[in-house]
Design a protein around this ligand. Structure first.
Ligand code: HEC
Length: 152
């Protein structure tokens, strides 16, 4: 409503620059597909991943540490990596159907304990949306065997 008004006003009275900004804004809020889109910058995500490395590994030699390896985590059902001893809470989430995709990962990484109550991941969360998107793009590069397969 406000945006419509703005757009109309812009056409009638404001300079072209403003009209452009207004119409641009209304684009954003509509059809943003939340499903499997990787929007982050994988290179920047490598820096963010340092915050995870105390507990998680990726790559061909990755092993479970305090946390499970994150090879192939995009597409993994929560709490299902063999050989890792998850919390009951995480296993239950997986049984309820939680699958890690860019959207669910972002929600978990923003507030791990809020999203999976009872998780044993002692991590406060990534507050910045950009950091979440970037680390997800970084993780999405690794296939289950730890190779950097068909980079997406
Ligand atoms: C202090 C250790 C620690 C840190 C730091 C940490 N994690 Fe974790 N993470 C864990 C543990 C432990 C689990 C298992 C949680 C459970 O079973 O409830 C886990 C689980 C996960 C899972 C679910 C995996 C699955 O197989 O279901 C994801 C995804 C994840 N972490 C991503 C991250 C990312 C990305 C970061 C950095 C931004 C990070 N974690 C930082 C310890 C950590």
């Amino acid at each position: 409503m406000l945006q419509k008004l703005l757009a109309v006003t812009a056409i009638v009275t404001l300079p072209a620059g403003f009209a452009f900004a207004a119409s641009h804004e209304s684009d954003d809020s509509s059809g943003a597909s939340m499903e499997m889109e990787i929007t982050g910058d994988a290179e920047a995500g490598e820096q963010v991943f340092r915050k995870c490395q105390a507990c998680h590994m990726v790559g061909e030699d990755a092993q479970n540490r305090v946390g499970p390896t994150l090879n192939g985590v995009v597409g993994r059902t929560a709490g299902t990596l063999e050989g890792f001893n998850y919390s009951d809470a995480m296993v239950a989430k997986g049984e309820e159907g939680l699958v890690w995709n860019p959207e669910t990962l972002a929600a978990y990484l923003e507030n791990p304990r809020g999203y999976v109550e009872g998780t044993k991941m002692s991590f406060a969360g990534l507050r910045k949306e950009e950091e979440r998107a970037n680390v997800i793009a970084y993780l999405a590069q690794y296939s289950e065997d730890g190779t950097m397969g068909e980079g997406s």
